[in-house]
Design a protein around this ligand. Structure first.
Ligand code: FAD
Length: 476
């Protein structure tokens, strides 16, 4: 039996490792259990690798317009092996940063699959091979096959994995999920993307920025179905200009090999009409499902086996406690908003609750971003949502084509919309589609959390020339 802990966190993604640090800051003795790499999906198969590749793709795209701004460079060439090498270096650097954060905070990291035995015990089937950190990081028990950790609280942060709808042919070579595409050492000539959500559209942006063909097939009647309608319409137009072929209201029926075996055919039905698209690669980006593999097994107590779940997701109350007292769950494994910063915020709040403190982070205000070109950032409610909730709201809109920084840097597309209560002018939400929207949206998150009005924001001086001046114009 290993040492007794106050908190055992299962899963070292952005939800889990940040919660572990929070636990230490609240005076707890903490263990962190991870069966792959520190950093979870976000660092290893999500946000960071995707944005590292996107960064190169955007520079490539910008260089194409070099001559029009007086810059003539040699024809840029994409070296995917180098892109992958750099991506791996970025991930390694960040993983080392997390490992050192765990060390500084004296968090015991156990590499292996964590199984909850009961309210107070987690078994770790230790993996022989440790990923992400050196042997000395391992507690003494590491030489055994398994270790049982005794604990006061358990936090489940086991994340999610790509969801693969049962499409015939989806296991053919060339059909990948985001995991496969992020590790690919070369590019498909033409990529079909099944799913026009955030992940699908970000990859559409990468491929089209690199001048490769893209077809997007989305079952619902628009891309980015969870976002503001105007943003989705604008992105569709911009993507079409970049030769991205987008089909909405289209349901994929099957995937087949081409007659010569060299390519893939994707058969789908669009407005009752059978259609097909051809490509050498297909990305399935049809959402993600909560991951609980190995977490609850035959060895778990009956109470743990009976933990409330809904369609594979762990159900919690508003304090993140599951149906089993003392066992909490946060992040992607609980479904809901599957974003890294949401997982982190939930983890910190859950730990505060365990410690008997107030949960101070406003997890009801979650900025959501899409790293397309132009970027998209949304927070709070849209005009449509205000209407649906019966809230009298005004919407102010500023078109970024008049913003100096946007014009000088050739980024003139896009807009900023602000939704405010029509009586009090209190800011309720904002939707931005412009350069740096993903950085600037936090200003509106601060405004909403602090109940600022349009007039409060308009009192502030914004530096010139910046994209953020667009915010001032929008709230005036
Ligand atoms: P995860 O990050 O999934 O971490 C869970 C960890 O638990 C994993 O390492 C897993 O191996 C481990 N684990 C699972 N079961 C066990 C077990 N039994 N024992 C031990 N360990 C276990 N979000 C953003 O906010 N911004 C973005 O730009 C963004 N881009 C994305 C791009 C892509 C391509 C993808 C796929 C996702 C993206 N996301 C983005 C979503 C983001 O990655 C997730 O929301 C986030 O990682 C969820 O964090 P988490 O801590 O809940 O779980």
């Amino acid at each position: 039996m290993a040492d007794k802990f106050d908190l055992v966190v299962i899963g070292a993604g952005p939800g889990g490792y940040e919660a572990a640090v929070e636990g230490v800051q609240k005076g707890m003795k903490v263990a962190l259990v991870e069966n792959r790499e520190l950093g979870g999906t976000c660092l290893n198969r999500g946000c960071i690798p995707a944005k590292t590749i996107l960064h190169t793709a955007e520079l490539y795209h910008e260089l194409q317009s070099g001559p029009s701004i007086g810059l003539t460079a040699r024809e840029p060439v994409i070296d995917m092996e180098m892109v992958q090498k750099r991506k791996d270096e970025v991930l390694e650097q960040l993983r080392k940063g997390i490992a050192s954060l765990m060390k500084t905070n004296r968090i015991s990291v156990f590499y292996g699959t964590g199984t909850i035995l009961d309210r107070e015990h987690v078994k770790v089937a230790l993996s022989g091979e440790k990923t992400g950190e050196k042997a000395e990081e391992q507690p003494d028990g590491q030489k055994q096959d398994q270790v049982v950790l005794e604990t006061g609280h358990i936090l489940i942060a086991t994340g999610s994995v790509p969801a693969c709808p049962p499409i015939p042919g989806s296991s053919l070579p060339g059909v990948v999920t985001s995991d496969g595409l992020l590790d690919k050492k070369d590019l498909f000539e033409h990529l079909i993307i099944i799913g026009g959500g955030v992940i699908g559209m970000e990859f559409a942006s990468v491929y089209s920025s690199l001048g490769h063909g893209v077809t997007v097939i989305e079952a619902l009647d628009r891309i980015l179905p969870t976002m503001d309608k105007e943003i989705a319409q604008n992105l569709k137009m911009i993507m079409k200009k970049r030769n991205v072929d987008i089909h909405t209201g289209a349901k994929v029926e099957e995937i087949l090999r081409t007659e010569d075996g060299a390519g893939l055919i994707c058969r789908y039905v669009e407005k009752d009409k059978p259609c097909e698209a051809r490509a050498d690669g297909i990305l399935i980006a049809a959402g993600r499902r909560a991951y609980t593999g190995g977490l609850i097994t035959d060895e778990s107590s009956q109470e743990v086996k009976d933990m409330a779940m809904e369609r594979g997701r762990i159900v919690t109350d508003e304090t993140y406690e599951t149906s089993v007292p003392g066992i909490y769950a946060i992040g992607d494994v609980t479904g809901g908003i599957q974003l890294a910063h949401a997982a982190t915020a939930q983890g910190r709040n859950a730990v505060a609750h365990m410690a008997g403190e107030n949960m101070v982070i406003r997890t009801d205000i979650v900025p959501s971003c899409v790293y397309t070109n132009p970027e998209i950032g949304c927070v709070g409610i849209s005009a449509d949502e205000a209407k649906a909730r019966g809230i009298e709201a005004v919407t102010k809109k500023y078109i970024m084509s008049a913003n100096g920084k946007s014009i000088l840097s050739q980024q003139e597309r896009g807009f900023i919309k602000v939704v405010a209560d029509s009586d009090s002018h209190r800011i309720l939400g904002a939707q931005m589609m412009c350069a740096r929207a993903t950085d600037m949206i936090s200003q509106f998150a601060v405004a909403i959390a602090n109940e600022l009005t349009l007039e409060d924001m308009a009192k502030v001086i914004f530096p010139h020339p910046t994209f953020s001046e667009g915010i001032l114009e929008a709230v005036r």
